[in-house]
Write a protein that binds this ligand. Structure first.
Ligand code: AMP
Length: 501
């Protein structure tokens, strides 16, 4: 068998001198490449000792730490399937995931052990271990008893490396199976597209249970001999402290709005940064413009999802267009299609579909659901609605399921949100459809005012009337203190519909 393990690829690209620093935590501890490698070897031995065999799932709901990264690498090297879970999930939610994925070993924080162990054991786990925010716990203790030698398990490109449960706002969350080949092709495409190299220092302040922080950020560094400043969470003062030492920042849009909200932030606070990347949720053109005005940097926006890793990116060299997510990454074919999966020309809005080595192997335990999401000619239906411009840049207009149909007309919430956000005094907005006896759905806007601004719903609708067709106008404008968001900064529209419906 040819070894196509992603771990083997990573290992082949470690720097010659593995005693060099790889990451530095926000508390100042420094890990070298060889230390991370040794920690992952010990953990792989401990997981195998616990009974895990290649192909078995390893569930983890743990805090971000270098040890948690070592756990992920341990799974890759032992042919185990890493199954990270959002820290925000309640025991009941974790119960669903372990029941569905049946991990051989489950790792959680010591504080959650009593609540999670019964469900994990009931789902067939051989062992439930703990890992705390400082890298201690029963997994660490078990790992310490093992040698730092471990023979990596051979894998083919099609073997599953990780399962990422989608944040699915409708129905049950589905486990997207990512293969070693998916991770390798996408990681290499990003290193190339963003020109990562040994001189780079990535400021990593993203969570590590999600594609952005777990795959995109780690892989760019591990495949290029770069370094990381490793923050446990987004903390503005810490970010400002460490930005002067970074060359790349990867963030969700909220990172950038929070940076801009700090009057002390500017070009001088990030003198060495060559690249600011944004993704996981739409970056408002206003944020893109304000960031450029303040720092001279055009934020590079890219688009991806659990099922496909990264799909498109604005260019490193060449024009970065605000309000767009750029062009398909190398090897990825993206099209916008109509309801019958027929490709649409530039300028027309439809479903975003793609094909490429980054596209996942299917939803865990759901072959039917998987088949439904692929077209007859093998394209994956992302569920996003988008449009290409004449230069081949893609804009994401929204999620297909967020489309509002009012009086028989289609309304794309994003178009209305952009208009509302441009009204003076508006901080942000979310537009949803609520049941309406006459129109089927009524366009409804939830609006957050800037601090100190007073908004008048009637005046807002009046000003929108000048720019939007009558059927697109909100039937109701609701003022709110904030929008419900998940950890990745995505507005939870299902939550809004539930609250207001
Ligand atoms: P997840 O699978 O949780 O990573 O969510 C993926 C979804 O996030 C995509 O299908 C998009 O709806 C959204 N998304 C990711 N990046 C962007 C972006 N740059 N602009 C707009 N939406 C995005």
């Amino acid at each position: 068998m040819k070894d196509e393990s992603f771990h083997a690829l990573l290992r082949s690209r470690f720097p010659a001198d593995t005693s060099a620093p790889l990451l530095e935590t926000d508390q100042g501890s420094v890990w070298s490449w060889s230390q991370l490698d040794a920690a992952s070897a010990r953990m792989a031995n401990a997981l195998e000792q616990a009974g895990a065999r290649p192909g078995d799932r390893i569930g983890a709901q743990v805090d971000k730490s270098p040890e948690a990264l070592a756990l992920y690498l341990a799974c890759l090297r032992a042919g185990l399937v890493y199954l990270p879970l959002n820290n925000a999930y309640t025991p009941a939610e974790v119960g669903y995931f372990v029941g569905d994925a049946r991990p051989a070993v489950f790792v959680c924080t010591p504080g959650a052990l009593a609540a999670l162990e019964p469900a994990a054991l009931e789902a067939g786990a051989l062992s439930v271990l703990t890992l705390d925010a400082d890298g201690g716990g029963s997994l660490a203790e078990a790992a310490a008893r093992h040698p730092e030698a471990h023979a990596p398990v051979l894998r083919e490109a099609g073997h599953v490396a990780a399962i990422i449960y989608t944040s699915g706002t409708t129905g049950r969350s589905k486990g997207a199976m990512l293969t070693h080949g998916n991770l390798a092709s996408n990681g290499l495409a990003l290193v190339e597209a963003w020109a990562f190299g040994p001189g780079d220092v990535l400021l990593h302040a993203l969570p590590v249970f999600h594609v952005h922080g777990l795959f995109v950020a780690h892989h760019c560094v591990l495949l290029s001999g770069a370094r990381m400043l490793y923050h446990r969470r987004f903390d503005l003062p810490l970010l400002l402290r460490d930005l002067p030492r970074a060359t790349v920042l990867m963030g969700v849009p909220t990172f950038y709005t929070r940076l801009l909200a700090d009057p002390g932030f500017g070009r001088h606070t990030a003198p060495g940064v060559r690249l600011f990347v944004s993704g996981s949720a739409p970056l408002l053109p206003e944020t893109f413009n304000a960031f450029e005005a303040r720092t001279g940097h055009r934020i590079l926006e890219r688009y991806g999802m659990s099922e496909a890793g990264m799909i498109t990116s604005n260019p490193l060299h060449g024009e970065r267009r605000g309000g767009t997510v750029g062009q398909p990454l190398a090897g990825v074919t993206v099209r916008v299609a109509d309801g019958e999966d027929r490709p649409l020309p530039a300028g027309e809005t439809g479903g975003v579909q793609l094909r490429g080595p980054n596209v996942f192997a299917g939803y865990w335990g759901m072959p039917e659901k998987t088949r439904e999401e692929f077209t007859a000619d093998g394209f994956f239906r992302t569920g996003d609605v988008g449009r290409f411009d004449a230069h081949g840049y893609l804009s994401i207009v929204g999620r297909a399921k967020d489309l509002i149909i009012t009086g028989g007309y289609n309304v794309y919430p994003r178009e209305i949100e952009l208009e509302i956000d441009a009204i003076p005094g508006v901080l942000e907005s979310a537009v949803i459809g609520l049941p309406h006896p006459d129109f089927g759905e009524a366009v409804t806007a939830v609006v957050v005012a800037r601090p100190g601004a007073a908004l008048d719903p009637a005046a807002m609708v009046a000003s929108l009337r000048e720019r939007l067709a009558a059927y697109k106008l909100p039937k109701r404008v609701i003022l709110a203190d904030e929008l419900p968001r998940n950890a990745m900064g995505k507005v939870q529209k299902a939550e809004l519909r539930r609250l207001l419906g």
